[in-house]
Ligand binder design. Structure first.
Ligand code: PNS
Length: 159
């Protein structure tokens, strides 16, 4: 039983994240999408809101579950018997930091990281840019699932 975790902030989940989750779900028996609390980032959505949105847009993938964790990712992996982390790599700009984290996670608890290249159509996409575009009333419908568009806009206007 190959169980992997796709971790991230998912603030909010984008088509880029969804593409990696979908592709991972076709490769592994079980995929846990874990919303990690990143203490260095200020988030727009609560962890519960982020989990709810992920559940909504991944409902069709039957081997995908959603979780949250506020500690080290490797501790989540150890506690849940997960041997590998799956992450998307958008461009070389992601590489240094992702490599560093993957080596640290390997060093800390022997947890492997598998990188999947982001589909070219999503390589420029990030949750931060989605929020910036929405904040200036730009059209984000090409970047997040349709059911999240209004939710992102209204979260920003109440922020
Ligand atoms: O979507 P993000 O913000 O790029 O995801 C980064 C994330 C949340 C996966 C990373 O910051 C993380 O793993 N945080 C959990 C705390 C942790 O384990 N830190 C040490 C990393 S070596």
């Amino acid at each position: 039983m190959k169980k992997v975790v796709c971790p991230g902030s998912f603030d909010p989940i984008t088509f880029g994240h969804l593409d990696i989750i979908k592709r991972a779900s076709s490769l592994f028996d079980e995929v846990v999408v874990a919303v990690l609390v990143n203490k260095t980032k200020k988030s727009l959505f609560t962890v519960d809101d982020r989990m709810e949105m992920i559940r909504e847009v991944t409902a069709e993938y039957k081997n995908v579950t959603v979780a949250s964790w506020s500690g080290l990712l490797v501790d989540y992996c150890e506690e849940n018997k997960i041997q590998a982390i799956v992450k998307g790599l958008r461009a070389v700009t992601d590489f240094d930091y992702e490599l560093q984290m993957s080596q640290m996670n390997l060093q800390l608890k022997g947890v492997e990281t598998l990188f999947m290249s982001t589909a070219p159509a999503h390589s420029f996409l990030s949750s931060s840019l989605v929020k910036e575009i929405a904040a200036y009333d730009g059209d984000i419908s090409g970047y997040v699932p349709a059911q999240l568009v209004e939710r992102v806009k209204s979260a920003l206007s109440n922020n």
